[in-house]
Structures are given as structure tokens and as C-alpha cells.
Write a protein that binds this ligand. Sequence first.
Ligand code: ADP
Ligand code: MG
Length: 389
Amino acid sequence: MNIHEYQAKELLRQYGIPVPLGEVVYSVKAAARVAEEIGGQRWVVKAQIHAGGRGKAGGVKLANSMERLAELADQMIGSRLATEQTGPEGQRVQRVLVERAAKIDREIYLGFIVDRDSQRIVVIATAEGGVDVEEMAREHPERIHKEVVDPAIGLLDFQCRKIAMALGLQDRMSPFVRILKRFYRCFRDKDMLLAEINPLVETEDGDLLALDCKMVFDDNSLFRQGEIAELRDFDEEDPKEVEATGHGLNYIALDGQVGCIVNGAGLAMATMDAVVLHGARPANFLDVGGGASPEKVANAFRIVLKDPNVKAILVNIFAGINRCDWVATGVVQATRDQRIVVPIVVRLAGTNEVEGRRILSESGLDLITAEDLDEAAAKAVAALKAVEA
Ligand code: ADP
Ligand code: MG
């Protein structure tokens, strides 16, 4: 799960990491009020969407006067912002963060990830942070510094000092070490998968300040992270994915044309691979899970069909805990609930498969059946090509 910059900064503040004075607002009037309260002459207006790359896309702007601030807030609130990370259609900006503009001397990148290779939390840092950090990392990987954290003993002082030296922060050693250790504690406490402060700036006055922050939380931990779970912003997520979660379905929207309804995450992955192998692209990942009731299967159809790109459906069930007769009943129910015009390929194998096939054939539905995954994928792609022709 992702959260907004202003929410991440609030967490940093709670952990004693310095962030600029500021507040999130939903209107021009509130923006002016907040700027007034902050005081000073220069403020930054920042579009709050769950995507980075805002600076380059015009979603982070400096205001040198109250008039300019109101103008910027007016432009941003309600607009759509397309960055490198949103896709061309962009994301609607519902709110902006108004904060004091920092006098930046230099920009540092500081992050934590759960690294799959070392199976450890790893600190990543570079002295050349800011909006071009991805490009820099590609071209100069040697300028990225890493420290692997031993989970049994945590992040140690000498590791923090090593990073500080690598970043040229020997003069700011103790405030930097404090920030890094607090950031680590926050990362661990809140079950994050990734956290980035980019940029962490050294100001002209020599202070360290977190100007931007991104946090990604482990969805599997949300049951014990009530306060974090409440920060979820459904407007930032695909409505189909939100609805699927509500039905206990594991659905991820993709950009292809073959809608996939599968049981089991591994089989769902293999099904998507098979679709690609036969020359098409999956419209989604969908795992209906074990013991899927007919209602659940019918809901899966409804969600998959909400995607206008879907031109064929591939149902691939290998039932162990599941029951093919239930899935078949779900397919029949789904076609009763709504008129389905796209071709449907069904492959049922495992528990109660004979019964499942009987239900499908007696339903009188115009279905394409298949015996195994490869055949099912080939038939789904052929059906798609026929629709397109
Ligand atoms: P993104 O990473 O989405 O582009 P950032 O919040 O990192 O957005 O902002 C982009 C750049 O804007 C930063 O690298 C920094 O140079 C500048 N910036 C952001 N916030 C402030 C601020 N409060 N004061 C001064 N400059 C800022
Ligand atoms: Mg940033």
C-alpha cells in the first residue's frame, strides 16, 4: 500500500525527523490560510498523488507571493497530473501540500528497501539525489552506497557513519546519524517494504531536512497496522482492484485483452505466460483463491468485464481445494447476471471436473472448452484474433 507525501512526512515528524512546515489543503482559500500561518515569503505547492516524478511534470512549484500561491493552488487542485509514473492519462489532483520553501544547498537520496537478494533490509544512499536520481543510478551505479542491516542487531552506528562519510556529511555527522536511525526505526515499526527520502537536503543554513518522502507498506501487515491502513486513499487505486479486494479476490489490472480468471496465484502467473506465448497479452491477473463459491466466480467475471479492453475470457481452474462444479455454477450465474458478448474459453480440471463439465454443457452456453492450459491459452488467443478480424 502507498500513501501520500504529506502523510509520510507526518510519520517522519512523529519519529523526530525534520520536515518543512506545511499542511495539506483541498481549496485555494485553505492554501492561502496555511501560507499565512507558515509565514515567510516563499512557499512550495505540491500536488499530492501516489506517483513520483511530480517535479519534472509541473506538480511541484515555487510561489514567491501570495497571489502566485493562490494561482498555483487553483491550477493544481482538480487538474490531472501525468508524470513518468502515472501513464499518459495521469491522476486527478484532489489536494496539494503547501509548505515552506527550503533554501537548498544540495540534495541527497536516502532509502530503505527489503532486498530480495540478501534477504535483508538495505540502506541505499547517494550524494546526488533529487529528481534525476534514477538516471544517475543507471549511469553511475558506483555512486550508490549500500549498507546491509543484520535483522538480529539492527542498523549500527558505524554503518550510519560510513554512509555519512560516503555522502560527505562528516560535518553533520550526529544529526545525520540520528535521522538515519530514526528513519530505520520508522521503517521497521510500520512494516514497510520501501521508504525513500528524496531529497534529503542540506540547507544553506547547514540543516538537514526531508523535502519529499515515499513509503510503501506490506499489505500483509495491514491487519496489525491499523493507523497505517486508515491512510489508504481509494481514489488513487484502480476501482476494479478495490472492488476485487472487497470480494476477497486478488486482482491486478494489466493492459492486454485476454481477461484471466484462475485459481491460485502460481497458476494465474502461468496462465498469463501462456497467453503471451500464444501471441496476446493478459488484461489482468486474477486469483479467485481456494474454495471459490459460485458468487465469487460470478463477481470475478463482473470485475474482469468492467475493463473495456477485454475481448476474450480465459477461465483456467485446476481444482484441489476448489470444486469445478462450483466454478461452473459461477460461470453460468455470471452469464445470467449480465450479457456477455466476448468469447469464453473454459478449462476445468481436478475435483468434480465431470460434474463441472456437465453443468456447463447443460447450460446451453456458447463456451469454448479446453483440456489443458496450453490448449486453453491457444484457443483464447485464437478467439481474440477472430473477434479482432
Ligand atoms: P517528486 O519526487 O515527485 O518530483 P519532490 O517533492 O521530490 O517531488 O520535489 C521535486 C523537487 O522540488 C525536489 O527535488 C526539490 O528540489 C524541490 N522541492 C520540493 N519540496 C521543496 C521545498 N519544500 N522547498 C524547496 N524545494 C522543494
Ligand atoms: Mg522526490
